[in-house]
Design a binder for this molecule. Structure first.
Ligand code: TEU
Length: 505
């Protein structure tokens, strides 16, 4: 593979040129079909990312659309005239700068909520919606098992395009995810496409609060099965800036979602994805001393959470954030644009910028997968991979984990098996028994006659934890270490200890 990103592909494949083709760099449709067949043969399922809020500006629809206001594709995108020689409104792009770009040919502006090369589709045009439904069927008819829908709450736009109002909270996604026809379109998509297939859907809930979640996922509404909410993954963030977080805040988010969603709504817990830092660096401790133990603690949390947990590639072996020494270490367009708008304008020093990005950068989850200890971590036999390999690959790689029964990888696989056997973790009630403890996270999972207590020490300190009144932890059923007791009712929790007890009911 060539070094550097081919074009298009300026936003890691979220700029699509052709919805029915595999990009040459990644192989061919025959490769895809073979992969799908092999996945099925192993009793697995495949979910595909559906990116239909926007396309690439190199997509044939946009190439036609920008030719003029009088062709069949003119209204496939969102075009507006300027206002007194300026952009149609004050909306900003999520990747910095205005969300409008003037096209010299049409002498109009097109909307791009993300990069300039990602024009937003005009979902108010029924022809666009039908194109999307057709391409969904194209993939569903191949036998895929569902979609992760990229920024799906952003598809409907208020055609008036007024400026942000006085109540604007500085978070553009809160405005962009509130389009007037959003739920009509999702219901239409369900009626025309999804209801005809036995598949699952999970929307990227960008801008979706707890209060709005049931609108998307309440099963009686027939829209999506799940949405990813951002509150936990962005607990320690203010935009691109990092801010300190506490365990109490972390627990409060988990409790809030468990309280706020009823049995008609299904949850989708996750700790990371391709837009986040690595969980062990984010919420655990990635130092050689505690990396394994804290990664296993985070696994324990994820796999004992309500709903359908999502695990991002590399996290199953405890991959860590990558050191970040200069802007040249960053590839992500979001970060590079921020550098231009924040650092090159003098608003922020390079050191300050890098300090925050070390914690928040999306690139941490995009470094090549670490397969083994050989050159380029076994990711490619080319001289250089497309993006730098994390220097810790000799210590942290899939082969090393497969060679040790005590590895993070095998801990995950045992936990997954344990979860499948114990439905209380999937369906059971959730009760935080000690929401105020600054280091210990302890909760109950209850279903019919089963009751489990999960106790985790989210810190590098040893904690003697006195169990809340009335709890009896006779039998420990899972742990990332060994059980230590001070006396009858107190547990000696070493740093990053995680345990699951079965409780008498
Ligand atoms: O992400 C949109 C999103 O919610 C944010 O992660 C966004 O990328 C940004 O961090 C806001 O500050 C989705 C995809 O997951 C992401 O990889 C794409 O870059 C983006 O849409 C555009 O397609």
């Amino acid at each position: 593979m060539a070094l550097g990103k081919p074009k298009p592909h300026m936003n890691d494949a979220y700029d699509i040129r052709d919805y029915r083709k595999v990009m040459t760099e990644f192989g061919s449709m025959a490769d895809f079909d073979r992969m799908l067949g092999e996945i099925k043969q192993r009793g697995m399922k495949l979910i595909v990312d559906l990116v239909v809020n926007h396309t690439s500006d190199e997509h044939a629809w946009f190439v036609e659309s920008r030719k003029g206001a009088d062709n069949p594709f003119s209204d496939y995108y969102i075009w507006r005239s300027g206002k007194q020689g300026k952009e149609p409104n004050n909306w900003v792009s999520l990747f910095s700068g205005s969300a409008w770009k003037k096209d010299p040919n049409r002498d109009e502006y097109y909307l791009h909520l993300f990069a300039e090369k990602q024009p937003d589709l005009n979902w108010d045009n029924p022809a666009v919606r039908n194109e999307v439904y057709d391409l969904m069927k194209f993939w569903l008819d191949k036998g895929i098992d569902g979609f992760r829908m990229d920024v799906i709450p952003l598809i409907s736009k208020d055609p008036i395009f007024s400026d942000y109002g006085p109540s604007y909270n500085g978070r553009p996604e809160s405005v962009y995810s509130a389009g007037p026809a959003l739920h009509d379109y999702l219901q239409e998509m369900h009626r025309k496409v999804l209801s005809h297939y036995d598949v699952m859907t999970v929307g990227e809930g960008f801008g979706v609060t707890l209060e709005k979640t049931p609108l998307f996922v309440d099963e009686r509404r027939h829209e999506l099965d799940m949405v990813f909410h951002f509150e936990l993954a962005r607990l320690d963030r203010d935009g691109w800036r990092w801010k300190p977080w506490t365990l109490q805040e972390f627990k409060a988010v988990v409790a809030k979602f468990n309280r706020g969603l009823d049995r008609h709504c299904w949850q989708s817990p996750y700790l990371s994805n391709h837009d986040s830092p690595r969980p062990v660096s984010h919420f655990g401790d990635d130092s050689p001393r505690y990396r394994e133990k804290s990664a296993k603690l985070l696994a324990t949390f994820l796999l004992t959470s309500v709903g359908t947990p999502f695990l991002y590639q590399g996290d199953e072996i405890g991959m860590t954030n990558c050191p970040l020494n200069s802007i040249d270490d960053l590839d992500d367009i979001e970060a590079r644009n921020l550098w231009k708008s924040e650092v090159e304008t003098g608003s922020v020093t390079p050191d300050e910028f890098l300090f925050h990005l070390r914690k928040t950068s999306r690139d941490h989850s995009r470094n090549p997968m670490q397969w083994n200890a050989s050159a380029n971590a076994g990711f490619t036999d080319a001289a250089k991979p497309w993006f730098r390999v994390n220097p810790r690959y000799q210590e942290i790689n899939a082969e090393a984990d497969l060679n040790s029964k005590e590895s993070i990888y095998f801990y995950y696989s045992r936990l997954i098996e344990f979860r499948k056997k114990n439905r209380a973790f999937i369906y059971g009630d959730y009760t935080d028994v000690d929401p105020d403890h600054p280091k210990i996270f302890a909760y109950l999972r209850d279903l019919e006659n089963d009751r489990f207590l999960v106790v985790m020490n989210f810190s590098g300190d040893e904690v003697v934890y006195r169990l809340p009144e009335g709890l009896n932890t006779e039998s420990m059923v899972f742990t990332n270490g060994t059980e230590l007791r001070e006396n009858e009712d107190s547990l000696r929790m070493v740093p990053w200890d995680a345990r699951i007890y079965r409780l008498a009911k």
